[in-house]
Design a protein around this ligand. Structure first.
Ligand code: GLC
Ligand code: CA
Length: 553
């Protein structure tokens, strides 16, 4: 049933891979405690193989108090006991590899958790000690250091400096439970190399690097204010906190470790940088090799906007010799089946999507049917593009965001630190439904750690698996076809029927035509391979993408 995947030793296997992100606590719960776990993943490898993905990206599974969904790591070289053991990890790797699926793990190098052994040592040690030097400590202002060293705000809201009781404060760009490492410290650098080898030796094929653009920092004796920090140019590699040029020295060191392995371990940077050209160094062969681009994720459902993003990113990939990446959904953003059913973004995309969901007590203006129709069309277009496609668990079911999680069930620190203004990211992290019925729709034998809405049942794997019109069937077919059809990483544009249509050609007679508009257009010539929605043959309906096979000229 399952096709043989590409040669496991092909060093460029990742260039056009379909990578499926698993948020482990919300994927499958094998022991019924409400939390997804590694044995749960192992039990679903057949599902992943049948879906047709080339690799899994596993979000953090390390021991953690879950102050930030596992992105607060207590120990980088172990498994959270609630998720399993190192033995379970090895079994999962073996099962994935046995099915021809690679594994990329998340690595979180900007900060540890406040329960990490080193942070506990830092708290116990005095000011100026080597233990404190592994993190970013500063004296507070005021006679007894009772004022923060600066008025900086964290990414999750609230202050970015927290006092430790002796006049010193530590920096956390995210939650207070996530103290930032000092990457000028040699022990920190060496320890991460050890971690990279630890997982690589266990058979991991690559790493997703969390906030890759934040590691290198340069804090002067007199810290600037938050306003000054925000006014600093981010485009020159000299901002005090973000995207500093010397961060690439770290990744050059990592690259040497990756290249010790056969095939070399791969890495993909999460780097929110601007202008987009600054992604190139993260994606270079001397660095991490690949970087996420979130441009499509941030774009409205619009032909011209999509085309601009596609052209820019393919041009960048040619420049760096890397392959580009495409993402619509992940564990940090509103699911795209919902986003596309909301009013357009305007100028502040991420914010306004959240605002619409939050809706200040009024109903969000959500057109769920349209959202799913557009999401299917956008995904089918994206899967025809050269580059790696990153998919997020549940999008193959057409899952929408869960907007109505009660406050008392929320877990995301953004919710608590905003406070309550930003609903946070729990709505895309709700455990996925496997069966139509059952206490947690087949996620586990008990209830789920985040409440699932009643409508999850009809979107379950069980409900869709045998339905040829389902979103799951669309993903399965698209991924199988894509594997067969993709050859050279090139694309040309064909003239389209209207400004609202994109028509692209891949080598070998594979074409994709996406109608972003509200009116049907004539169906272009060719044999229909697959369509994102119902078609009657003569017309391409609104908000629909079709794949065609055209005899090569
Ligand atoms: C990344 C992760 C996000 C996390 C943050 C801090 O952006 O994707 O989930 O909260 O880093 O680690
Ligand atoms: Ca469990």
């Amino acid at each position: 049933m399952t096709e043989q995947r590409s040669d496991t030793h092909d060093p460029l296997w990742w260039h056009q891979a379909a990578v499926y992100q698993i948020y482990p606590r919300s994927f499958a719960d094998a022991n019924g405690d409400g939390i997804g776990d590694l044995p749960g993943i192992t039990s679903r490898v057949d599902y992943l193989a049948r879906l047709g993905v080339d690799a899994v990206w596993l979000s953090p599974f390390y021991p953690s108090a879950l102050a930030d969904g596992g992105y607060d790591v207590d120990d980088y070289r172990d498994v959270d006991p609630r998720l399993g053991t190192l033995g379970d990890f090895d079994a999962m790797v073996a099962a994935l590899h046995g099915a021809g699926i690679k594994l990329i793990v998340d690595i979180v190098p900007n900060h540890s958790s406040d329960r990490h052994e080193w942070f506990r040592e830092a708290l116990a040690a005095p000011k100026g000690s080597p233990e404190r030097d592994r993190y970013v400590f500063r004296d507070g202002l005021g006679p007894h250091g009772e004022q923060p060293p600066a008025d900086w705000t964290s990414m999750f809201g609230g202050p970015a400096w927290t006092p430790v009781g002796d006049g010193q404060w530590y920096l956390h760009l995210f939650a207070p439970e996530q103290p930032d490492f000092n990457w000028r410290n040699e022990e920190v650098r060496a320890d991460f190399l050890k971690t990279l080898r630890f997982w690589s030796d266990r058979g991991v094929d690559g790493f997703r690097v969390d906030v890759a653009h934040a590691l290198a920092k340069d804090l002067p004796p007199d810290l600037p204010s938050q306003a000054e920090l925000e006014a600093m140019d981010r485009a020159t590699g000299t901002h005090l906190l973000w995207d500093r040029d010397e961060v690439h020295e770290i990744y050059a060191e990592w690259r040497r470790v990756f290249d010790e392995y056969d095939p070399p371990r791969i890495a993909v940077a999460e780097a929110w940088v601007d202008p987009p050209a600054r992604r190139a160094r993260y994606a270079s062969a001397e660095g991490l090799g690949q970087a996420f681009n979130f441009d499509l994720l941030e774009a409205d459902f619009d032909a011209a906007g999509f085309r601009r993003v596609i052209d820019d990113n393919l041009a960048q990939a040619v420049e760096t010799g890397s392959s580009t990446t495409w993402v619509f959904s992940n564990h940090d953003v509103v699911r795209h089946a919902t986003r596309y059913g909301l009013p357009p973004n305007g100028d502040t995309p991420r914010k306004s999507q959240r605002e619409w969901l939050l809706s200040g007590g009024t109903e969000p203006e959500l057109d769920a049917v349209r959202g799913l129709r557009r999401a299917r069309a956008a995904t089918l277009l994206m899967l025809a593009l050269p580059g790696s496609a990153y998919l997020y668990q549940g999008e193959e079911l057409g899952l929408g965001e869960v907007a109505d999680i009660p406050d008392e069930a929320r877990q995301d620190p953004t919710f608590f630190r905003s406070p309550g203004v930003d609903v946070g990211r729990d709505g895309c992290r709700v455990p996925i439904p496997w069966t139509v019925e059952g206490p947690s729709f087949g996620f586990g034998s008990g209830s789920a750690h985040l409440p699932q809405p009643p409508w999850f049942g009809k979107l379950s794997v069980e409900a869709q698996a045998q339905d040829p019109a389902s979103t799951l069937a669309l993903y399965r077919e698209a991924l199988a076809l894509r594997r067969r059809l993709q050859t050279a990483e090139t694309l040309t544009w064909a003239p389209a029927a209207s400004d609202e249509v994109l028509h692209l050609r891949r080598p070998g007679g594979w074409e994709a035509v996406a109608n972003f508009g509200a009116t049907a257009v004539p169906m272009p010539a060719g044999d229909v391979l697959l369509a994102s929605g119902p078609i009657d043959g003569s017309e391409l309906p609104p908000e629909t993408t079709v794949w065609l096979r055209v005899a090569s000229q």
